[in-house]
Ligand binder design. Sequence first.
Ligand code: FE
Length: 186
Amino acid sequence: MKLDLAEIARLFAERGDVAYAGEAVSQTEHALQCAWLAEQAGATDALVTAALLHDLGHLLIAEHQTLTRSPTELGIDDRHQYIALPLLRGAFDTDVREPIRLHVDAKRYLCATRADYFSRLSPDSVRSLALQGGPMDDEAARRFAALEWAADAVRLRLWDEEAKVEGLKTPPLAHFLTTAARVMLR
Ligand code: FE
Protein backbone atom coordinates (compact mmCIF):
# COMPACT_ATOMS: atom_id res chain seq x y z
CA MET A 1 0.00 0.00 0.00
CA LYS A 2 1.21 3.47 -0.82
CA LEU A 3 0.55 6.26 1.62
CA ASP A 4 -1.16 9.22 -0.08
CA LEU A 5 -2.72 12.43 1.15
CA ALA A 6 -6.21 10.94 1.31
CA GLU A 7 -4.93 8.10 3.46
CA ILE A 8 -3.15 10.50 5.81
CA ALA A 9 -6.34 12.58 6.08
CA ARG A 10 -8.36 9.44 6.78
CA LEU A 11 -5.98 8.32 9.55
CA PHE A 12 -6.23 11.67 11.30
CA ALA A 13 -10.01 11.83 10.82
CA GLU A 14 -10.66 8.32 12.10
CA ARG A 15 -7.98 7.99 14.75
CA GLY A 16 -6.57 11.44 15.49
CA ASP A 17 -9.20 12.43 18.04
CA VAL A 18 -7.85 10.07 20.67
CA ALA A 19 -5.96 11.76 23.45
CA TYR A 20 -2.23 11.92 22.99
CA ALA A 21 -1.62 9.45 25.79
CA GLY A 22 -0.92 11.26 29.03
CA GLU A 23 -1.13 14.74 27.42
CA ALA A 24 -3.70 17.55 27.29
CA VAL A 25 -4.15 17.41 23.50
CA SER A 26 -5.40 14.91 20.93
CA GLN A 27 -3.08 13.25 18.44
CA THR A 28 -4.35 15.54 15.67
CA GLU A 29 -3.91 18.68 17.79
CA HIS A 30 -0.39 17.58 18.68
CA ALA A 31 0.51 16.95 15.02
CA LEU A 32 -0.93 20.30 13.87
CA GLN A 33 0.81 22.23 16.65
CA CYS A 34 4.12 20.55 15.90
CA ALA A 35 3.85 21.31 12.16
CA TRP A 36 2.76 24.88 12.93
CA LEU A 37 5.79 25.45 15.18
CA ALA A 38 8.02 24.09 12.41
CA GLU A 39 6.44 26.36 9.80
CA GLN A 40 6.71 29.44 12.03
CA ALA A 41 10.39 28.62 12.60
CA GLY A 42 10.95 28.74 8.84
CA ALA A 43 11.57 25.00 8.46
CA THR A 44 11.67 23.43 5.00
CA ASP A 45 8.52 21.80 3.60
CA ALA A 46 10.12 18.43 4.29
CA LEU A 47 10.71 19.20 7.97
CA VAL A 48 7.23 20.71 8.42
CA THR A 49 5.87 17.48 6.93
CA ALA A 50 8.04 15.39 9.25
CA ALA A 51 6.68 17.41 12.18
CA LEU A 52 3.11 16.75 11.02
CA LEU A 53 3.69 13.02 10.61
CA HIS A 54 6.24 12.26 13.34
CA ASP A 55 3.72 10.39 15.50
CA LEU A 56 1.85 8.69 12.65
CA GLY A 57 2.98 5.44 14.24
CA HIS A 58 0.68 6.16 17.19
CA LEU A 59 -2.28 6.32 14.79
CA LEU A 60 -1.25 3.07 13.12
CA ILE A 61 -1.06 1.11 16.37
CA ALA A 62 -4.64 -0.06 16.61
CA GLU A 63 -4.46 -0.97 20.29
CA HIS A 64 -3.81 2.65 21.18
CA GLN A 65 -7.42 3.35 20.27
CA THR A 66 -8.69 1.21 23.09
CA LEU A 67 -6.05 1.53 25.81
CA THR A 68 -7.39 3.41 28.80
CA ARG A 69 -3.89 4.17 30.00
CA SER A 70 -0.78 5.39 28.22
CA PRO A 71 1.47 2.56 26.93
CA THR A 72 4.22 3.94 29.13
CA GLU A 73 2.10 3.35 32.22
CA LEU A 74 1.90 -0.28 31.17
CA GLY A 75 5.68 -0.41 30.78
CA ILE A 76 5.53 -0.63 26.98
CA ASP A 77 7.90 1.05 24.53
CA ASP A 78 5.59 1.18 21.49
CA ARG A 79 8.51 1.94 19.10
CA HIS A 80 6.16 4.26 17.22
CA GLN A 81 9.08 6.05 15.53
CA TYR A 82 9.63 2.95 13.39
CA ILE A 83 6.10 1.73 12.79
CA ALA A 84 5.17 4.32 10.16
CA LEU A 85 8.42 3.98 8.22
CA PRO A 86 7.40 1.20 5.82
CA LEU A 87 4.35 3.27 4.85
CA LEU A 88 6.31 6.50 4.54
CA ARG A 89 9.05 4.95 2.41
CA GLY A 90 7.21 5.06 -0.89
CA ALA A 91 5.74 8.48 -0.22
CA PHE A 92 8.55 10.64 1.17
CA ASP A 93 12.32 10.93 0.88
CA THR A 94 14.87 10.72 3.69
CA ASP A 95 14.48 14.43 4.54
CA VAL A 96 11.01 13.57 5.89
CA ARG A 97 11.59 9.99 7.06
CA GLU A 98 14.87 10.37 8.92
CA PRO A 99 13.82 13.12 11.36
CA ILE A 100 10.76 10.95 12.14
CA ARG A 101 12.86 7.83 12.67
CA LEU A 102 15.28 9.74 14.89
CA HIS A 103 12.88 11.82 16.98
CA VAL A 104 12.97 9.45 19.96
CA ASP A 105 16.76 9.16 19.85
CA ALA A 106 16.85 12.97 19.67
CA LYS A 107 15.14 13.08 23.07
CA ARG A 108 17.74 10.69 24.49
CA TYR A 109 20.45 12.87 22.91
CA LEU A 110 19.02 16.15 24.25
CA CYS A 111 18.76 14.70 27.76
CA ALA A 112 22.46 13.88 27.59
CA THR A 113 23.62 17.19 26.16
CA ARG A 114 21.33 20.00 27.41
CA ALA A 115 21.04 20.63 31.09
CA ASP A 116 17.63 22.35 30.90
CA TYR A 117 15.97 19.93 28.51
CA PHE A 118 14.87 17.17 30.87
CA SER A 119 12.79 19.62 32.90
CA ARG A 120 10.72 20.39 29.76
CA LEU A 121 9.59 16.80 29.30
CA SER A 122 6.01 15.91 30.19
CA PRO A 123 5.48 13.14 32.74
CA ASP A 124 4.56 10.69 29.98
CA SER A 125 7.70 11.59 28.05
CA VAL A 126 9.80 11.01 31.15
CA ARG A 127 8.25 7.55 31.57
CA SER A 128 8.86 6.65 27.92
CA LEU A 129 12.45 7.92 28.13
CA ALA A 130 13.32 5.16 30.58
CA LEU A 131 11.66 2.53 28.37
CA GLN A 132 13.50 3.87 25.32
CA GLY A 133 16.92 3.41 26.90
CA GLY A 134 17.35 6.60 28.94
CA PRO A 135 19.74 9.47 28.17
CA MET A 136 22.55 8.61 25.75
CA ASP A 137 26.06 8.08 27.05
CA ASP A 138 28.85 10.24 25.59
CA GLU A 139 29.77 7.79 22.87
CA ALA A 140 26.17 7.31 21.71
CA ALA A 141 25.62 11.09 21.76
CA ARG A 142 28.72 11.61 19.60
CA ARG A 143 27.53 9.03 17.11
CA PHE A 144 24.04 10.54 17.02
CA ALA A 145 25.36 14.07 16.44
CA ALA A 146 27.36 12.84 13.44
CA LEU A 147 24.26 11.53 11.63
CA GLU A 148 23.19 13.47 8.55
CA TRP A 149 19.69 14.17 9.91
CA ALA A 150 20.55 14.70 13.57
CA ALA A 151 20.08 18.47 13.51
CA ASP A 152 16.63 18.22 11.92
CA ALA A 153 15.63 15.48 14.35
CA VAL A 154 16.66 17.70 17.27
CA ARG A 155 14.65 20.65 15.94
CA LEU A 156 11.64 18.39 15.47
CA ARG A 157 12.04 17.05 18.99
CA LEU A 158 12.06 20.52 20.52
CA TRP A 159 8.82 21.42 18.69
CA ASP A 160 7.40 18.06 19.76
CA GLU A 161 7.85 19.05 23.41
CA GLU A 162 6.12 22.43 22.86
CA ALA A 163 3.22 21.01 20.83
CA LYS A 164 1.10 19.95 23.79
CA VAL A 165 -0.81 23.17 24.53
CA GLU A 166 -4.48 22.74 25.30
CA GLY A 167 -6.71 24.78 22.99
CA LEU A 168 -3.96 26.36 20.87
CA LYS A 169 -5.22 27.57 17.47
CA THR A 170 -3.42 26.31 14.37
CA PRO A 171 -4.10 26.17 10.63
CA PRO A 172 -6.20 23.11 9.69
CA LEU A 173 -4.85 19.77 8.48
CA ALA A 174 -5.61 20.74 4.87
CA HIS A 175 -3.01 23.52 5.12
CA PHE A 176 -0.27 21.09 6.09
CA LEU A 177 -1.37 18.48 3.57
CA THR A 178 -0.70 21.10 0.91
CA THR A 179 2.81 21.39 2.31
CA ALA A 180 3.19 17.60 2.34
CA ALA A 181 2.01 17.41 -1.28
CA ARG A 182 4.96 19.59 -2.33
CA VAL A 183 7.49 17.07 -1.00
CA MET A 184 5.59 13.88 -1.75
CA LEU A 185 7.33 11.46 -4.12
CA ARG A 186 5.47 10.67 -7.30
FE1 FE B 1 5.18 13.78 19.46
